[in-house]
Design a binder for this molecule. Structure first.
Ligand code: URA
Length: 273
């Protein structure tokens, strides 16, 4: 009968995703829980290696629930996860994208090169973007809710940059940045904290993150950016060597980044909602 036909799985998954009721799907849950990175999870599912509630499931977007039972190659796996956040010191040259058309490399590859085995299997999300030539603090997480928290302008999480500029800096030159400036697309920025750091560098603290925002703001006041470095996000200061990373403690995530880390619930499902 037409009226009683089950909706296609993709539609069910899309509805669940937008329903806000702990919506989740299979490949994402496997990667977030550190069973396999996302692409591997998608391949394993399509190859028929994954069973969901005792049935073979070949659709990576299949909706799952906190009580769903999942097995991989015949072995039950736990989808329980806790929020993990990594502080990475991004070198210049690599892009914050999944692939690099210039072939120099991505931040995901640079991170993977230094991760220990126990952290290799997570699907890591970069928290915001740094340009190819920007160095400094880039956070990674397995928890997309943390990405949403840290990147939403409504969170007002400060990001502190230092830019070396190709002109002499003085306090008066930076005054418009403290009031907010009109960017080249006509959008107004929020007031930023701005101060000179020596004769040819500017410290800028932003609570929003538009495309090339620092460079575009500095352009407005006639200061071309020669080099850009991010020193801090929230109250977290960059404290790892170039190309290195460290995992933050739950306490740091709470007190320095103002996010309540999610932890596995006693039943083994998604917790901390
Ligand atoms: N603003 C920029 O212009 N570039 C970055 O990489 C980050 C902020």
């Amino acid at each position: 009968m037409r009226g009683s036909k089950k909706p296609p799985r993709w539609l069910e998954a899309a509805r669940l995703r937008t329903s806000g009721e702990g919506a989740d799907w299979l490949s994402r849950a496997l990667s977030r829980a550190g069973v396999m990175p996302l692409k591997d999870a998608e391949e394993a599912i399509r190859a028929g290696r994954v069973r969901l509630d005792s049935r073979e499931q070949k659709e990576p977007m299949a909706p799952i629930h906190p009580h769903s039972r999942v097995s991989l190659d015949g072995r039950e796996v736990s989808l329980a996860f806790r929020t993990r956040v990594l502080a990475f010191h991004k070198p210049a040259g690599v892009v914050t994208h999944g692939s690099d058309p210039q072939g120099i490399g991505t931040v995901f590859e640079a991170l993977a090169a230094v991760l220990p085995r126990e952290l290799e299997r997570f699907g890591w999300h970069a928290v915001g973007r740094l340009d190819r030539d920007t160095t400094g603090l880039l956070l990674f997480t397995n928890d997309e809710k943390f990405v949403a928290h840290a990147t939403a302008p409504a969170t007002h999480l400060p990001k502190r940059y230092v830019a070396k500029v190709g002109a002499k800096v003085n306090d008066a030159k930076l005054a418009p940045l403290r009031r907010g400036v009109k960017l080249d697309d006509g959008e107004l920025t929020r007031p930023a904290k701005a101060r000179p750091r020596g004769e040819d560098a500017v410290e800028l603290v932003l609570t929003e993150g538009r495309f090339h925002q620092v460079k575009r703001m500095l352009n407005v006041v006639g200061l071309p950016t020669l080099a850009l470095h991010r020193e801090a996000v929230g109250l977290l200061e960059l404290d790892v060597p170039l190309g290195g990373f460290r995992e933050l403690t739950d306490d740091e995530v709470k007190t320095k980044l103002h996010f309540e880390p999610r932890a596995p619930s006693p039943r083994g499902g998604e917790g901390g909602q």
